[in-house]
Every structure is written in C-alpha cells, then in structure tokens.
Design a binder for this molecule. Structure first.
Ligand SMILES: C[S@@+](CC[C@H](N)C(=O)[O-])C[C@H]1O[C@@H](n2cnc3c(N)ncnc32)[C@H](O)[C@@H]1O
Length: 270
C-alpha cells in the first residue's frame, strides 16, 4: 500500500470529509463543466475518497458507468451512501490500491483521477499503473491543485508561513502540493499523447459570498488549519505566529479581501 492513512497529510476526519465535499460542490462548474463521457463508456475513478467528485461525474454523465475505487474502506462507505442517497445507480464502488488494481489490462475506456497524485510518493508510477488499465485510444483526466499558485489581499508573511507548513508537511510524507504545474511533463513522461493542460483559476472577493464560504474558508483555510497540531508539534512554526497567519488568511475573506488559487486539469490519450 503506497499511502497508509497515517501518511496522508489531510487524514480521514469528519471535518476533512466535509472539506472535500465543500471543495467539490463549490468547484463543480469550474472543474467539471467539460468532464463528459460518451453513453456506455466504462470509467475508472481512482482515489474517489468520500465521493465528492463522483457526485459531479455521475450528474454530468448519467449514461456512463463508473467504477470508483479507493484504498480507504471507510471513505468508500461514505461515498457509496452519498451516491445512493442522491439516487444514482451507475457507480460500482470497490476497495483497491492504484498500484495493484484488480482489473484486466485495457479494461476501461477512460480514467479519472483528482487530488490523488499530490499525495503519492511516485505519481509517475501511479500514472503507469492507471495507463495499463486503459484501452488504447482511451483518455485520462487528472486534476490537481498547486499551493504555490495561492495569492491574496491583504498579503501577509505570517499567512504565507502557515501555507508553507502544509507544503512542507506534505513533502515530508512524500507528497507534492506543488504538483499542478508539473502535470504536463508528468503525464507526457507516463507515455500518454495529445496532452493538454488547462489552468482553472478560482478568484474570490466579497461579491461572491458562495466562494468566500465554500472555497476560501471551508476548502482552503480549513485545509491549512487541518495541519495545526503537526505544524506546531514538529517545530515548523511558533503557535503565536501560526495564529497570526490564520487570522491574516481570514482577512482575505473580509469585505475588502481577495483570494486566488489555480487548479490544473490535464487531459490526454493512450
Ligand atoms: C484528497 S483525497 C481526494 C478524494 C477525491 N478524489 C476528491 O477529490 O474528493 C485522496 C484520496 O486518495 C486515496 N488514495 C491514496 N492513495 C491511494 C492508493 N494507493 N490507491 C487508492 N486510493 C488512494 C485516499 O484514500 C483518499 O481518499
């Protein structure tokens, strides 16, 4: 198993699960308006977590069939009940490790993977395993963030230092929260062709209260706050400096504040 739960920087808490849902709900239009598969297509969703992206996938593609896998049985349970409650029947959930997938070679028409590569020690290897399960001519869609793409007003050194804690802690676990900018070479190196990457920028100010709540506060700041204990305990930052940094991040959600972040969406063919 590549990433046992204690090595996964965001963990599997109830708060983190809510954060993943807020992230997906707020970003559905930005990330998924063009995630479309033909009727009858068989799509592997790798690392589905609690089903936050699965919801958007099935809503957009009621006539495709999804096999959504995750290494965490608990997350899969949450994903399954979420999709059943929403009334969709075109998903099969299965526990599986991306590095040891229990499917024949060239089994899937398409592969979808979102916010997973950033947590893996060897994302290239993961792409090679996923590629093996993809039919010739099939597509892979990869969506990742890049914490280095963050900027905000009012700017603050302390706020930046809290974000750097998250970047450093994820790197210590073998992940890479700056992976978004590397998607083009990474997907190419895995041997896919016709690689295109489109940046998806989230811009937030107080005229967009849904984004202030759903993205800046409940997705981004919540993600940074999630590593508070580890950041302090590992001596990366002093408690008072951390508190100032978080307070300053919240200033960017105020009446005169603004916040920017860029996701990267890659599409390629086998
Ligand atoms: C940040 S979550 C993203 C979940 C979902 N894709 C989303 O966007 O909400 C990363 C997920 O990848 C899963 N994961 C990590 N390593 C994995 C592996 N080797 N095989 C399958 N799933 C894995 C984790 O259990 C976790 O649910």
């Amino acid at each position: 198993m590549e990433n046992p739960s204690h090595e996964y920087v965001h963990g599997y808490s109830a708060r983190e699960n809510r954060r993943l849902m807020d992230q997906a709900t707020t970003l559905t239009q930005l990330l998924h308006h063009d995630t479309k598969y033909p009727a009858g297509a068989l799509v592997l969703e790798a690392g589905c977590g609690v089903g936050a992206q699965t919801t958007a996938l099935v809503q957009n593609n009621p006539d495709a069939h999804f096999v959504s896998v995750d290494i965490s049985q608990e997350s899969l349970g949450a994903a399954k009940s979420r999709i059943e409650t929403a009334g969709f029947h075109n998903v099969t959930f299965q526990q599986a490790d991306i590095f040891n997938l229990p499917f024949p070679e060239r089994h899937f028409d398409h592969v979808f993977v979102c916010f997973v590569l950033e947590h893996l020690k060897n994302p290239l290897d993961a792409l090679l395993h996923l590629k093996a399960k993809l039919t010739k001519g099939g597509t892979i869609t990869v969506i990742e963030g890049d914490h280095g793409s963050t900027y905000f007003h009012p700017d603050s050194r302390a706020a930046w230092d809290t974000i750097q804690c998250l970047i450093d802690l994820q790197a210590r676990k073998g992940g890479d929260s700056l992976i978004g900018r590397k998607l083009f070479p990474l997907v190419q190196d895995a041997g896919f062709h016709s690689v295109t990457v489109s940046p998806r920028m989230v811009y937030v100010d107080s005229s967009r209260p849904g984004y202030v709540e759903g993205f800046t506060k409940n997705t981004f700041i919540a993600m940074v706050e999630g590593v508070h204990d580890e950041a302090i305990n590992s001596g990366l930052i002093e408690e008072l400096h951390w508190e100032k940094g978080i307070k300053d991040l919240y200033r960017a959600t105020g009446k005169d504040g603004t916040f920017c972040y860029t996701f990267f969406k890659a599409l390629a063919n086998k």
